[in-house]
Design a protein around this ligand. Structure first.
Ligand SMILES: Nc1ncnc2c1ncn2[C@@H]1O[C@H](COP(=O)(O)OP(=O)(O)OP(=O)(O)O)[C@@H](O)[C@H]1O
Length: 384
């Protein structure tokens, strides 16, 4: 993706706290002017990456480059990077003007220039005219806007945002997502945004790094990550999903839940063990005769614009389906999907407990392996 010198680059960057390896030889490259998101569960190492970029933490090994130059030893205050935190970190004893003017004053810019800068930044975050307000007189959302204005008043080349919207209510959060995106586009600087909310990451980013356990599991556009998750963790973390074990018998033919299905994937070894991902919104309920699988409706809940339905097939795999119409609990119906909605992931041995890869296809052996995999994955990834 990166063609010019990246604005930021990590090469084999590792960091441990005591025995805990928090980052395990991370490589990443960020292109200037894009909106990047680090997405992952709590403790996956996202904030640690931001702190390494800002200079709050030092790497144990590996190199960090800014515009092609190693910055491992450059002190935090010399880096053209600012951070916006979840808890705003504003100075409560100063008014809005003084908070935003703080950075420019440290740089000893002329007061006239500072005034212009503060005005421009407050307009950018839609707080024009709020200069004299005390921080304690602002709502949480307004405080977060001041925090963004204060960070941007330092003219950073990279703005780091550590879960900046987590404390806001749902509606405000949605609005701020759009506004942050607009601010980033308007200024054209690089944003590195941290969140554990996959919906937020998908909605805001040009490029997402999905993290787990100190490693980048996958990186790509929101569409890449959603449509082609690379492993079980990513598929499960990015939205509701159904994951069942399968065998890629040959190009464009996959076997799961005891049947063969045409699909659009090629390039695996014959009879390679895989995991099959089917998104709830890609599944439809139909008559038994028209279904690719027969399922029994177990549960349903209304979600505003769709019904979330849980159905179980005769092998007791549980299927989540998003449907526009309600279903009848206990009814036996058909489940259908298109070949292009079947997503195939290479089987990752570290993520489930069985190790027998099937080199040649044997119906009985394959079914036994699939059953073992179902038993192993019991309770995770869309299974009952
Ligand atoms: N100063 C520290 N000393 C010891 N362990 C730390 C320190 N800072 C972070 N950790 C540990 O490093 C791991 C990664 O932390 P980090 O804050 O980067 O995760 P995160 O993905 O940002 O999670 P969260 O969303 O909860 O902030 C965690 O297990 C955390 O407990």
């Amino acid at each position: 993706m990166v063609e010019e010198t990246p604005i930021l680059e990590f090469s084999q960057v590792a960091l441990s706290f005591g025995d805990a390896e928090v980052l395990k030889k991370i490589d990443l490259a960020l292109e200037a002017g894009k909106f990047y998101t680090l997405l992952g569960p709590s403790g996956s190492g996202k904030s640690t990456i931001l702190k390494l970029i800002s200079g709050q933490l030092q790497a144990d090994s590996g190199k960090i480059y800014f515009e092609g130059k190693v910055i491992n030893d450059v002190p935090a205050e010399k880096r053209r990077v600012n951070t916006v935190f979840q808890n705003y970190s504003l100075f409560p004893n100063m008014n809005v003007y003084d908070n935003v003017a703080f950075g420019p004053r440290l740089k000893k810019l002329p007061e006239g220039e500072i005034k212009e800068k503060v005005k421009e930044m407050l307009a950018l975050v839609k707080l024009a005219g709020f200069e004299k307000r005390e921080i304690t007189e602002l709502s949480g959302g307004q405080q977060q806007r001041v925090a963004i204005a204060r960070a941007l008043a330092n003219d950073p080349e990279v703005l780091l945002l550590d879960e900046p919207l987590s404390a806001l209510d749902y509606k405000l959060r949605k609005d701020m997502q759009q506004e942050l995106r607009n601010i980033q586009k308007r200024l054209g600087i690089t944003f590195v945004f941290v969140t554990h909310d996959q919906e937020e990451a998908l909605a805001m980013s040009d490029w997402i790094f999905v993290m787990n356990d100190g490693l980048i599991q996958q990186n790509g556009t929101p569409e890449d990550i959603y449509d082609e998750p690379i492993n079980h963790f990513v598929a499960d973390f990015i939205g509701e999903t159904n994951i069942v074990p399968g065998i890629m018998k040959e190009d464009y033919l996959v076997h799961f839940v005891g049947k063969d299905f045409e699909n659009v994937d090629a390039g695996m070894r014959p009879n390679e063990q895989v995991e099959v991902v089917l998104r709830p919104e890609d599944l439809d309920l139909t008559d038994i005769d028209n279904g690719k699988l027969v399922v029994t409706i177990k549960d349903q809940s209304f979600r505003g614009d769709y019904y979330e339905i849980v159905a179980v097939d005769d092998d007791l795999n549980s299927w989540q389906v998003q449907a526009t119409n309600p279903a009848t609990i206990g009814a036996r119906v058909g489940l259908t999907f298109d070949p292009e909605d079947i997503h195939i992931m290479r089987y990752n041995e570290s993520e489930a407990a069985f190790d027998a890869r099937l080199e040649s296809y044997d119906e009985e052996e394959a079914e036994a392996a699939l059953q073992a995999a179902r038993d192993d994955q019991d309770g995770s990834g869309g299974h009952d």
